[in-house]
Design a protein around this ligand. Structure first.
Ligand code: 2AM
Length: 488
């Protein structure tokens, strides 16, 4: 049905995220034109959940474009990658100066950089926006992280902020604000996902320790996570973890979590963050360890074989007091989370510098305060830290977090020592503590590393006692070593 020039926005791609986002937009009083490449999907949607005056189904891109008010706003919710380029190529000839194309997928930031330039070169505007919160978030209020053409923001702001999650004492602060030019919004979404990887891995390690070292049952774990969710760890991921420990398989009556195969999947945003961290030369070790942990989980059959061959310690010799240990794990989790978020914000700052973005870290923390998967109380503290010091070098240096780390560190070390003693892998907890310990060293052993590099490759080194660049003829100056020398 033609509704020429009456729709406020269009949406392409009616998979579950697209459908729910369209319903969210319609529910806020906006008229939305929808299109899906496979027409039967559009028909099924407008005959069921989308059967309402605010939703207009379209069978062609021409029809979709014709139904829009000018300047037109078209949101693509299709598979990230070539599908987006394909749609841009089809749509741009149908659009007019000032129209806005929006990509709401999990797009690699450099792709949005390129597309913003290409689309702007045709007189149009482009937005690449992160949308987080899964299916439910898309329907009820996601966290949105838009970037792209700055001139597009005033045009999409009202609809975006209307559909986004709301936080604050009055529930009126939208979890959606302009992030920055070109791929900035997708970059922030990628870091959100990377932090999510770290949070999930840390929670899994805490679970493993509470189970293997403290012997907690699933019922007890549910109670522990319920308690944790009422304090500094209060967050969506802790809350759903609590719920998971209460769910039983309707068929067997066993706990569902115990029936799930231990091989984790991944869609790749964590890997992107690790790769880009390496490109920038910043140590985002938590997300990287979390990605590797998923890789190790994936070789399940090989692990089962190795478990029968490789020796571990006698875990039964290690005794912990379950109550004391549970409290220590809580502290270790919190401290690790601080280190993880510190890494995420450091990476954002490095990316901002490289790409000439001006990011508002306080605002980013608040975007993640609601709607998204990493939503947590704790993000308020991060927002406060950046509010007090917008140029904060590292979150761990904000007084609130410096104190939290100091208070937690003894427990953190104890938990990792216990993990080592019982032979349970805790790569993310360890990466977090290593980052903390590395960052707080005035002097690291890289002096020796520089000596090695200079020895074998004449890479030169700087000195502590005078300026300049130096090289040593190590082979000429080296002396024979005898064991008697060491004992002297
Ligand atoms: P489909 O139903 O026709 O497959 C998630 O895959 C969504 O992206 C689906 O709505 C899918 O449409 C859409 N999609 C994938 N590739 C596309 C393309 N090249 N052009 C348009 N839509 C595409």
């Amino acid at each position: 049905m033609s509704q020429k020039g009456t729709c406020d926005i269009a949406l392409i791609g009616l998979a579950v995220m697209g459908e729910n986002l369209a319903l969210n937009i319609a529910s806020r009083g906006y008229k939305i034109a929808v299109y899906n490449r496979t027409a039967s999907v559009t028909d099924a949607f407008v005959a069921s959940r989308g059967k309402q005056p605010n939703v207009v189904g379209c069978h062609s891109l021409e029809d979709l474009v014709a139904n829009l008010k000018s300047p037109r706003k078209i949101m693509m919710m299709v598979k990230a990658g070539p599908a987006v380029d394909d749609l841009i190529a089809k749509l741009t000839p149908m659009l007019s100066k000032g129209d806005v194309l929006i990509d709401g997928g999990n797009t690699f930031p450099a792709d949005t950089d390129r597309r913003t330039r290409e689309v702007e070169a045709q007189g149009l505007l482009y937005v690449g926006t992160g949308v987080s919160g899964g299916e439910e978030g898309a329907l009820k209020g996601p966290s949105m992280m838009p970037g792209g053409s700055p001139a597009a923001w005033p045009m999409v702001k009202e609809i975006f902020q209307a559909i986004a999650a709301k936080v604050g004492p009055k529930g009126d602060i939208p979890c959606c604000d302009w992030v920055g030019p070109r791929g900035a919004g997708n970059y922030v979404k990628m870091v959100h996902n990377g932090i999510e990887y770290g949070d999930m891995q840390l929670i899994c390690e805490a679970y493993s320790l509470l189970k293997h070292a403290a012997g907690l049952t699933n019922d007890q774990l549910a109670v522990v996570f319920d308690e944790w969710n009422r304090g500094e760890l209060d967050s969506y991921l802790i809350e759903i973890t609590r719920d998971i420990f209460t769910v039983k398989d309707p068929d067997s009556g066993d706990f569902m979590v115990d029936r799930i195969l231990d091989t984790a999947g991944a869609k790749g945003t964590g890997k992107w963050m690790s790769q880009l961290a390496l490109d920038l030369g910043v140590p985002s070790t938590l997300v990287t360890e979390a990605v590797y942990a998923r890789c190790l989980s994936a070789i399940q059959a090989e692990r089962v074989r190795a478990s029968k061959v490789l020796a571990g310690p006698d875990a039964s010799a290690v005794k912990v007091d379950p109550k004391v240990f549970t409290a220590q794990v809580r502290q270790a989790l919190y401290a690790s989370k601080i280190a993880s978020y510190a890494q995420g914000f450091v990476q954002l700052a490095a990316a901002a510098k490289e790409n000439d973005w001006k990011l508002d870290y306080r605002s980013i923390a608040m975007l993640w305060r609601g709607g998204c998967i990493i939503r947590a109380q704790f993000l308020e503290r991060i927002a406060e830290a950046y509010d007090a010091h917008p140029d904060l070098e590292n979150l761990m240096l904000a007084p609130y977090f410096t104190k939290a780390l100091a208070d937690a560190q003894a427990a953190w070390r104890q938990v990792i020592a216990t993990a080592v003693a019982i032979g349970q892998p805790v790569p993310a907890l360890m990466a977090a503590l290593s980052y903390y310990d590395g960052y707080r060293q005035a002097r690291l052993p890289a002096n020796l590393l520089q000596a090695q590099r200079d020895y074998f490759g004449a890479h030169t080194y700087a000195r502590t006692d005078k300026p300049g660049t130096f090289h040593t003829e190590w082979i000429e100056l080296r002396r024979p070593v005898s064991s008697s020398q060491a004992s002297r």
